[in-house]
Design a binder for this molecule. Structure first.
Ligand SMILES: [Zn+2]
Length: 320
């Protein structure tokens, strides 16, 4: 039997762990909570302990070739250090070496959105594109950009922060401390914030009455109301799609991708939302760039980070 890969995706609340074949198929997967006590110091130990426990409890007879680990924040793949991960508490965390010491296996680490980009490109494209823009629309907006077959990292691991490209300098304040980032509009949080403006301005609107009924709104409510023809909700969806098309067009002008892949919870709004983004993209981009570029929805859902981690583990070992 071929040796397996271990793919790990560390998030702010849960850690996803998978035993994954060399072809990228998940053979066994589970989750553990992210223990953020003591600034997340014990996370590497938790992960390895859980892997050993799972192998024993499930009586799995497997051998492993290498481990890939994804983490949020600023990840230095060369040194193996997570330089900063605000929602875990890490500051200069020696993630690669800790897991390597525990497991005795080769370990590679990478930013989680970059891994999702690799995974979507690996599993769902026949052509394995050399130039890809991946954007994930969740609580925030993340991105991963592949250029000439390689993940773009930048001078200090801050490349492809598509969520923090400015779209409106007079807009909403962003978590990053600036004003008007794409994330303030196109994340689930941003969509709800737009809706709250409407509920305040139009207390008799469908959005306001839904808010009163449920005590809150979520992005799905707004997409549902838009589908039913509510004009305010349609405006929000249109504004969101336009901001995305605008930023993707400007990003595509720089990297000239053959694929743009849209993932994250908000992308579950599906084809109607995608077609609005495409329309806006085509409006803002040079035809020569749009002619060779497909815009599609991501396919791997929450498993993307884990699968991308396994892919990188496999590739890195092959090159070593
Ligand atoms: Zn920002």
């Amino acid at each position: 039997m071929n040796k397996m890969l271990i793919g790990i995706d560390i998030g702010g609340t849960t850690i996803k762990i998978g035993f994954i074949s060399q072809e990228g198929d998940i053979v066994y997967k589970w989750e553990i909570p992210t223990n953020k006590e003591n600034k997340g110091e014990g996370i590497a130990g938790d992960i390895w302990q859980s892997i050993e426990n799972t192998l024993a409890e499930q009586n799995l007879k497997m051998e492993f070739s290498s481990i890939g680990v994804g983490a949020p924040g600023f990840v230095n793949r060369s040194t193996g250090i997570v330089e900063e991960a605000v929602n875990i508490g890490w500051n200069t965390y020696f993630l690669r070496d800790k897991i390597n010491n525990l497991s005795g296996l080769p370990v590679v680490i990478e930013n989680d959105a970059n891994l999702a980009a690799l995974a979507e490109n690996w599993k769902n494209r026949n052509d394995h594109s050399e130039n890809v823009i991946f954007i994930t629309l969740g609580t925030g907006v993340g991105g991963g950009i592949i250029v000439n077959g390689d993940i773009m990292h930048g001078a200090n691991h801050t490349a492809a922060e598509i969520g923090h490209v400015l779209v409106d300098v007079n807009g909403y304040p962003c978590n990053c401390g600036r004003t008007g980032c794409l994330e303030t509009i196109a994340s689930a949080t941003g969509i709800v914030r737009q809706a709250m403006d409407y509920t305040a301005a139009y207390p008799d609107s469908a959005l306001a009455s839904l808010h009163t009924k449920h005590g809150e709104l979520n992005a799905k409510d707004i997409f549902n109301l838009a589908r039913e023809g509510d004009a305010h909700s349609e405006n929000i969806v249109n504004k969101t799609a336009d901001a995305l098309g605008f930023v993707l067009a400007n990003t595509a002008m720089i990297t000239n991708p053959s694929q743009i892949i849209i993932g994250g919870g908000v992308s579950k709004a599906g084809e109607p939302f995608l077609s609005k983004i495409k329309k806006s993209f085509n409006k803002y981009v040079l035809p020569r760039v749009s002619d060779c570029c497909d815009i599609t929805l991501a396919q791997l859902g929450n498993d993307a980070g884990m699968i991308g981690a396994a892919y990188l583990a496999k590739e890195t070992l092959m090159k070593a």
